[in-house]
Design a protein around this ligand. Sequence first.
Ligand code: NAD
Length: 473
Amino acid sequence: MEITEQNIRTIVEQVLARVQPGQVNPVQSQINAPGVFSEMDELIEAARIAQCQLMEISLEKRCEIIQSIRTIMRENIDELCNMAVEETTFGNRRDKRLKNLLAIEKTPGVEDLEPYTFTDDYGLTLTERAPYGVIGSITPCTNPTESLICNGIGMLAAGNAVVFNPHPAAKETSKFTVSLFNKAIMKVGGPPNLLATISNPTIESAQAMMKHPKINLLVVTGGPGVVKTAMGSGKKVIAAGPGNPPSVVDETADIGQAAQDLVNGAGMDNNIICICEKEILAVDSIADALKEAMKACGAFELNSSQIEKVTENVIADPGGPGHEGAPNKKYVGKDACVIARDIGLQVAEDTRILLCEVDSSHPLVWTEQLMPVIPIVRMKSADEAIDFAVQCEHGFRHTASIHSKNIDRLSHMAKVMNCSVFVKNGPNYSGLGYHGAGYTSFTIASPTGEGMTRTRTFSRERRCSLIGHFRIV
Ligand code: NAD
């Protein structure tokens, strides 16, 4: 039977009609929106069935499903961005639009599952990429729709079904996104629940999912807590953890360009993305010129008493060497003018970042704040700046950048930072493929080493050797 929305509705009605009073209804927990379940067990079982159905479908159809998802997301982009901003209160609609478009257009699809072969006197060996099965994906509130779109497309393109446990603070937005996925999949005849979610996600439901025997792979995107918990689950984990990206500016840099890139990069979606520049380390001889140029591009510089007041507001647990600290959630992802207003300071509404000159031990430098309050530290030399960048990045090996025309330094810093993403002479978002070459990902797996995840990251390699035949030469 062809899988159409009408057929599925008919099946659901038939099943419901067979359920006796008091009996557990196998589809009872699927509520209002397609792909949204109230019970974790039923959700995982539905995803498992959907994944088996996907295995019966051609790769061509899988490509059509991915295309249909990209189309529906594009059609609903305004709604997705509005919901994300309203529900999470993070970021702004303009930048969310750019980020969502990036995820829709530049997340790799089925084409990323490139097979490869070896041939020799013995015959031919073929390696193909197979799905894991059902992936449990835990997503953050900072890029709620982008993470779902990116994980959804990549994991499904690799042949998996996905059970999402989104951040509780983004649950309505996530449910809407998942219901769009399901509409798009069913529109082209794919099975429902390939991409499905729990209606009321909590830390407990995330942990239940982590332990569930029918979850074949865990992919977690978030802060240190979820990474640590997932790594202790006993399952295979792909973990995308926190960052604290330093950006070095040396005396050889094009200061005007560096200033523009830093304001654009650190100001993107109010600095809510993990890869955004979080602290600027400027060589003393150009620091004043850099600050002036940044102010001309939309930065507002705070004086020392304003810095003190802002720090008191935005830092909940001051970070320092060996301690990552934590921001005050109230200010995460807020507009610069809102953060300024709370210390009694009026700044223009279009102010992109609040620039704070501090010394290297200041908590603004060591804490991943995820807001447009950007510390700038004066460094004696580029070498000192690079050494310090390694320290204040906390060894996350996530993201770092440099503005310089000295090619030795560009290479040296790239090596010693040892990060998943390193950007030379551009805003950090270039490393995500926005105004930069390459595909995109909103799950950058630094702790487990996959880096910018993609379709092939969510697949298993399988090899088949045929002895004696199929060499054509
Ligand atoms: P968070 O850690 O608070 O939450 C992330 C997800 O993990 C949520 O779904 C949450 O419910 C769940 N979670 C948290 N603690 C858990 C636990 N102990 N057990 C099970 N589940 C748990 O993070 P957030 O505030 O949503 O996002 C911001 C953080 O995520 C920042 O540190 C940021 O750098 C990081 N992040 C990293 C990437 C990346 O690609 N590396 C991408 C986005 C965000």
